[in-house]
Design a binder for this molecule. Structure first.
Ligand SMILES: CC(C)(COP(=O)(O)OP(=O)(O)OC[C@H]1O[C@@H](n2cnc3c(N)ncnc32)[C@H](O)[C@@H]1OP(=O)(O)O)[C@@H](O)C(=O)NCCC(=O)NCCS
Length: 218
């Protein structure tokens, strides 16, 4: 898996020069500047990453959303076996590409205090207890939240599945580490996931894949 975390570039070439016609028609539909900029920056970062693996030229690469919202990669107009995940936050964009095609998810968050109501609504009872007794409660809550979002992107459901149906097991917590692995489980189906998290300044980044023990793949 390859990934790229970058501030949203201020000097992206004119979209007409590097977006396909299908991508341009999506780009033109955004009404809000922030959304249009983030969407564009995601495509820019993803194409940069993809062109390390794809030798057919950036103009033959397209990134289009599936009906569920997940980004999919097309080469020469055909769906290609790359798995891509994107996240934007606070002027940054995170892109992750898996050339082996196994679904991946990534997420980018800012460390900030989440309210008690938020913690009660979106975390399992065990996670709530962990957060309340942690000396790094804000960081822990964000790492757990981000890990859940990464898993929900692997599942391609996003928040259509409740975050408290995803149980996260951190192998180390932000009290003792700034990066480590996690395991996750979808309560109900028992489906397992694994991932990796990292704190970088005020940002938390996470990646997830289906299956247990994917540690070495990140
Ligand atoms: C996936 C989701 C959790 C991400 O939300 P977020 O944390 O606010 O945003 P992030 O910046 O981290 O991620 C956004 C990216 O997630 C990706 N994404 C969107 N839906 C996705 C899905 N179902 N599966 C995987 N990835 C998805 C997209 O690449 C999107 O960026 P882009 O539209 O610019 O390409 C959220 O969009 C969601 O729950 N979507 C599904 C439900 C839905 O459609 N809601 C519509 C509003 S109610």
């Amino acid at each position: 898996m390859n990934w790229l975390l970058t501030p949203i570039p201020t000097a992206i070439p004119s979209p007409e020069e590097w977006l396909s016609e299908r991508e341009q028609s999506v780009w033109k539909q955004f009404r809000f500047e922030k959304r249009r900029t983030e969407w564009l920056a995601g495509r820019w970062a993803a194409k940069k990453l993809l062109s390390r693996a794809f030798e057919g030229g950036q103009n033959n690469l397209e990134i289009l959303a599936a009906p569920d919202g997940a980004p999919e990669v097309f080469t020469f107009g055909e769906k290609a076996p790359y798995s891509l995940s994107l996240s934007h936050r606070n002027g940054y964009v995170l892109a992750a590409v898996n050339q082996e095609g196994h679904p991946i998810g990534c997420d980018l968050e800012v460390i900030e205090t989440r309210s008690s109501a938020f913690i009660e609504e979106f975390f399992t009872t065990e996670e709530q207890q962990q957060i309340r007794s942690s000396k790094e409660a804000d960081k822990l809550a964000i790492v757990l939240w981000s890990a859940k979002e990464s898993v929900l992107k692997v599942m391609r459901t996003g928040l259509r599945v409740s975050t408290n149906h995803i149980r996260i097991f951190l192998e180390e917590t932000p009290e003792t580490a700034i990066q480590w692995s996690f395991e996750a489980e979808h309560i109900g189906t028992g489906q397992r996931f694994s991932g990796w998290w990292r704190i970088s300044g005020a940002l938390v980044i996470t990646f997830a894949m289906a299956g247990s023990g994917a540690k070495g793949k990140f």
